[in-house]
Design a protein around this ligand. Structure first.
Ligand SMILES: Nc1nc2c(c(=O)[nH]1)N[C@H]1C(S)=C(S)[C@@H](COP(=O)(O)OP(=O)(O)OC[C@H]3O[C@@H](n4cnc5c(=O)[nH]c(N)nc54)[C@H](O)[C@@H]3O)O[C@H]1N2
Ligand SMILES: Nc1nc2c(c(=O)[nH]1)N[C@H]1C(S)=C(S)[C@@H](COP(=O)(O)OP(=O)(O)OC[C@H]3O[C@@H](n4cnc5c(=O)[nH]c(N)nc54)[C@H](O)[C@@H]3O)O[C@H]1N2
Ligand code: SF4
Ligand SMILES: [Mo]
Length: 712
């Protein structure tokens, strides 16, 4: 019997990027555990990943190429060889390219795995070379990042570990304990040392229940609260004049804007009492170091970008940046010197290549977008659009098109894969090599293959090597090993990587970027913001250039932007679906639905795994007692949640955890497990928020009614 341990890294799209250790016995992975030496993740995994070996060895894994033999969606496939699969792809694509050109092919991917090699940009070079339509990926944070760059630039901003030094912590639209678990001990330590923890959320989440103060706010109104805080801070003379003078631009204009948001008006918009607006403003200004931690959910309403603009001006106004553990944390990813262009090869994009945003996949497939080349083929990997994007019903109709040639690379036969003509088997993290950045801490993490690929599964890097060979691309890009690709993907000469290389990573499994220690990292004590002015821009100079979508999300594509100037100051933009903006709609649909992350699923992943299904229970919708009583709904009732876009069923949970007027239905459940084959994204809108073509999941009006009983 031989047993050894391998350094692994959690592959998921989660800010924690846990360092893992896999135990391998006789060639089989028998256990994954957190690496106890890792300073941020400290040896614990979460309920999703703790039994990762069961995902790897699940009997439901796709381990061989498959070809559809039944009707689309029926899930009838037969095993074929890789050569047959690649041959079929080549002949179908060649015919499509001859007839319509390569723009008739649409790639679709996101972050099923997040590694630098196998993650977000894994297919870009291939599809750019092919000339495929560009898939604009704005699933999470594109709007928030755009807005954050306008104020502060691409900065890591605050080390999440420095939160132990914070005295006033505002967790804004983030459910830390479920979604960013390993940050919580640092917050709890600060709390134990006397810091006040405030949560701003419409819902009493696990995190809100541990806070010293939970501020319930109407969804999508956060910018008004932030502007109201500024109003009070300025009116009461709590501005750090010296910091503002030296390290910001646009104070006078911001003052004028904030003057339009007195606490009483803010209270009427947000539902937060005027006295609470004042108290939050005073405490945030005077309890230093104060820090804001924003969640991704902050961007999910019509004015999400402006909300981030407003929040990211607050710390400079009161001088929080002077202190270790002060400022605003969005995501530290910008500290990692990844050369995305070396991965994505935007230089291969042909001029005039069309762009389709990911949220519009249903529309693109149904011919509802003004595309000169209609989509004839779809290639999906690292994503499960049937669960994660709006307009679920329309998407399903699009995927069912007989003339659409669909290829899906997957670990499992997801609801999306059921519609594939060809399914290709994908490895899990234990079967592949990768190096991970993080969007929640400042460590690089190595993932060595622990076991050989199961069946005929391949990593995404190998997938695109094979596809490139099949399509006759002989560029050296596809002749490199994974290690050579990693070497090319990072700027190893950057001082933050001094002393870090693959041999060093192989000794420890992870390495902290050289950015100073959590006790010394104060990047903006003296300003030094990576904005055009070098200052925190209350009045944004980037705004003049228009509502940009950042290159990272667009496969390096920088053209085709609106170029229209946007408001250079943060403002409050009301939700699309609200009594103020759509009174007729709001009269019919009186509840605002949120569809946040599930504690036990990772987006759609684990929605099919028995342990996590057991933890999550069936799809529920949380309804405030007052709203439930008004509709005659009791706890445990099967209800229909609906609007003009569609409907899904859920079990009602009556609880004050949801504020009145708000219902909460966690996402991630698979449509096939529901009686009506519909989940939350059947009713979410396809509308974009103000910046970055971000989604508007929190900006959805619905009604809830008792379901008809199941037919006998
Ligand atoms: N367990 C688990 N962890 C995850 C994931 C998962 O699926 N499951 N997914 C990962 C990914 S991809 C991401 S992007 C992150 C997301 O991490 P978060 O941003 O934390 O995600 P959410 O759970 O969608 O939303 C957080 C909170 O924001 C609140 N909220 C919604 N709209 C608003 C609003 O308009 N204003 C305010 N103030 N609050 C609002 C919700 O009630 C919710 O409690 O989580 C990552 N971690
Ligand atoms: N209603 C609602 N919708 C949402 C959200 C929400 O909060 N509410 N959140 C949005 C956000 S923030 C995000 S990030 C998206 C997430 O959307 P996705 O990234 O699509 O979701 P995941 O479930 O993380 O991953 C998708 C698939 O990738 C596959 N996969 C994993 N690793 C590999 C691999 O190495 N190769 C291949 N080929 N496949 C692999 C997995 O098996 C899984 O089925 O969802 C968005 N949708
Ligand atoms: S999903 Fe997040 S918390 Fe869970 S193991 Fe992976 S990185 Fe860690
Ligand atoms: Mo996300």
């Amino acid at each position: 019997m031989s047993e050894h341990k391998i350094f692994s890294a959690c592959p998921h799209d989660c800010p924690d990027t846990c360092a893992m250790i896999t135990t391998v016995r006789d060639g089989k992975a028998i256990e994954v555990r957190g690496n106890p030496d890792h300073p941020f993740t400290r040896g614990g995994l979460c309920v999703k990943v703790n039994d990762y070996q069961n995902r790897v060895y699940s009997t439901d894994r796709v381990l061989h190429p498959l070809k559809r033999i039944g009707r689309k969606g029926a899930g009838q496939f037969q095993r074929i060889t890789w050569d047959e699969a690649l041959g079929e792809i080549k002949s179908r694509w060649s015919a499509i390219i001859d007839r319509h050109g390569p723009a008739a092919i649409l790639p679709y991917s996101y972050l099923g795995t997040e590694g630098i090699l196998n993650g977000l940009n894994a297919g870009d070079a291939f599809f750019n070379k092919l000339g495929a339509t560009i898939s604009e990926r704005t699933f999470c944070d594109s709007g928030a990042i755009t807005a954050f760059f306008m104020s502060c630039g691409p900065t890591a901003a605050v080390d999440p570990e420095s939160f132990v030094h914070s005295k006033y912590i505002v967790l804004w639209a983030i459910n830390t304990i479920s979604n960013n678990l390993h940050h919580w001990p640092f917050i709890a330590e600060a709390q134990a040392r006397g810091a006040k923890v405030v949560v701003v959320d419409p819902v009493a989440t696990r995190t809100a229940k541990k806070a010293d103060w939970h501020i319930r706010i109407r969804p999508g109104t956060d910018a008004a609260l932030a502007l109201g805080m500024m109003n009070v801070i300025i009116a009461e003379g709590l501005v750090d004049r010296d910091y503002v003078e030296k390290h910001t631009v646009g104070f006078d204009e911001l003052e004028e804007r904030a003057a339009q948001f007195p606490p009483d008006k803010v209270a009427a918009i947000t539902g937060v009492a005027a006295d609470d607006v004042r108290r939050l403003a005073r405490e945030f200004a005077t309890t230093q170091p104060s820090v804001i931690r924003m969640g991704v959910a902050i961007e999910r309403s019509a004015g999400g970008g402006n909300t981030v603009r407003a929040l990211s001006c607050l710390p400079a106004l009161v001088g929080s940046w002077r202190h270790c553990g002060g400022g605003i944390l969005h995501m530290p990813i910008w500290a990692f010197p990844v050369n995305w262009d070396a991965v994505s090869r935007p230089d291969w994009i042909r001029p005039g290549t069309p762009v389709v945003n990911q949220w519009r996949l249903g529309q693109a497939l149904m011919g509802e977008l003004p595309l000169t080349t209609p989509i004839q083929s779809l290639f999906v990997f690292n994503s499960n659009p049937m669960v994660v994007i709006a307009e679920q019903e329309k998407l399903e109709r699009g995927l069912a098109r007989e003339d659409l040639f669909t290829v899906v690379s997957e670990q499992f036969l997801t609801d999306t894969a059921l519609y594939a003509d060809i399914v290709l088997p994908a490895t899990t993290q234990l079967e592949q090599f990768d190096l991970m950045f993080s969007w929640g801490h400042l460590y690089l993490t190595l993932n060595e293959p622990a076991i050989a690929p199961l069946g005929e599964a391949v990593s995404n890097t190998e997938l695109f090597r094979r596809l490139a060979r099949t399509m006759g691309f002989n560029d050296t890009y596809w002749q490199r090993s994974d290690e050579e690709m990693v070497t090319a993907a990072l700027d190893w000469n950057n001082p933050v990587l001094a002393g870090i290389d693959l041999p060093a990573l192989r000794r420890t499994g992870y390495a902290r970027l050289n950015v100073g220690t959590p006790d010394t990292f104060v990047p903006h004590r003296e300003g030094n913001f990576p904005t055009p002015s070098g200052k925190c821009e209350f009045k944004s100079s980037i705004a003049a250039g228009g509502n940009m979508v950042l290159p990272l999300f667009r496969q390096g594509y920088a053209g085709d932007q609106s170029g229209e100037a946007v408001d250079p100051l943060p403002n409050y933009i009301p939700p699309n679906e609200s009594p103020a903006t759509s009174p007729a709609l709001a009269a019919r649909y009186r509840l605002n639905m949120l569809s946040p992350k599930s504690h036990a699923f990772l987006n759609s992943s684990y929605g099919n795994m028995p342990l996590q299904q057991h933890h999550a229970g069936t799809q529920k919708v949380v309804i405030n007692p007052q709203d439930a009583a008004a509709r005659g709904i009791a706890g445990g009732d099967m209800v229909r949640v609906f609007n003009d876009r569609g409907a899904f069923e859920a079990v009602a949970e009556i609880s004050g955890d949801a504020m009145a007027g708000v219902v909460v239905a966690p996402m991630g459940y698979w449509p096939r497990d529901s009686r009506t084959r519909r989940t939350v994204n059947a009713i979410n809108p396809p509308a974009f928020a103000d910046y970055g073509n971000a989604p508007t999941f929190s900006d959805t009006l619905v009604e809830v009614a008792k379901s008809a009983p199941a037919p006998a």
